[in-house]
Design a protein around this ligand. Structure first.
Ligand code: DQA
Length: 189
C-alpha cells in the first residue's frame, strides 16, 4: 500500500492471488486452457502485522510479508495460489472465512491471540468444508498457561506450531498433501 493511501476499512489488508502467475499464461495456440490455480486463503490475526518488531526473541525477525512470500513460493510449487488477509479485527477475519466458501480450496490461519478465545472465528471455520490448518510460529503449548487452550483446534484439520519461519511453508505443504490425497475442498470446482 502506498504511504499516502488511507488504511483499508476495518484495518484489513488483503493481498489477492499471492502473485501466482495466471495459469495458462504463455499458452501456445491449440493448447488446452489450463484451470486457474486453486486458492488457499491465508489468514493472519491480531498483532501479526507487527512481526519483525514484535517480541523477536519469540517470533523471530522475519516480517509478515516475509512469511507470506514463503507461503506463496511454496504454494506455486504445488500449483496453488495464496490470498492473504491480515486483520487485527475478529469480525474482518470471520468475514474473510465466510467469503472463502465456494472460492478457496483450503484455509491456513494464524489466528494470533484469537486462537485462545474466539468462538466466532471457530464457528466461521466450522462452516468451511475444505482443509483448515491452524498455524503458530511459536509453540503455545510451551508458553503461558492461557495459551495452551485453542478454541480453533477442534474445527481445524491439523495444527502446525513451533517451527518459526518454517511454519508458513510447512502449512502450505500440509494443505497441498491434503488436497492431493482427495480431501474435500470448499471451492466449487
Ligand atoms: C501465535 C501464538 C499466539 O498465542 C499469540 O497470541 C500470537 C501468535 C504464534 O504464531 O505463535 O499472536 O499465534
Amino acid at each position: 500500500m502506498a504511504r499516502d493511501e488511507p488504511p483499508p476499512r476495518g484495518g484489513l489488508t488483503v493481498v489477492p492471488g499471492g502473485g501466482a502467475p495466471e495459469a495458462g499464461a504463455g499458452r501456445r495456440a491449440g493448447e488446452a486452457e489450463a484451470l486457474p490455480r486453486r486458492l488457499v486463503l491465508l489468514l493472519s490475526g491480531p498483532n501479526l502485522g507487527a512481526l519483525g518488531q514484535r517480541q523477536p526473541e519469540i517470533y523471530g525477525h522475519d516480517t509478515l510479508a516475509d512469511h507470506v512470500q514463503r507461503a506463496t513460493w511454496a504454494a506455486a510449487e504445488h500449483d496453488l495460489a495464496v490470498e492473504h488477509v491480515q486483520s487485527d479485527y475478529e469480525g474482518a477475519l470471520v468475514e474473510a472465512v465466510l467469503g472463502a466458501r465456494g472460492r478457496a480450496a483450503a484455509i491456513v490461519v494464524n489466528p494470533g491471540a484469537l486462537t485462545h478465545y474466539s468462538w466466532a472465528l471457530s464457528d466461521a471455520l466450522a462452516c468451511f468444508s475444505g482443509p483448515v490448518v491452524e498455524l503458530h510460529l511459536s509453540n503455545p503449548g510451551r508458553r503461558e498457561h492461557w495459551r495452551r487452550r485453542s478454541v480453533l483446534s477442534g474445527v481445524a484439520t491439523g495444527v502446525i506450531a513451533g517451527f518459526g519461519g518454517e511454519g508458513y511453508r510447512l502449512a502450505i505443504e500440509a494443505v497441498a498433501a491434503l488436497l492431493r490425497s482427495g480431501a474435500p475442498s470448499d471451492a466449487r470446482r
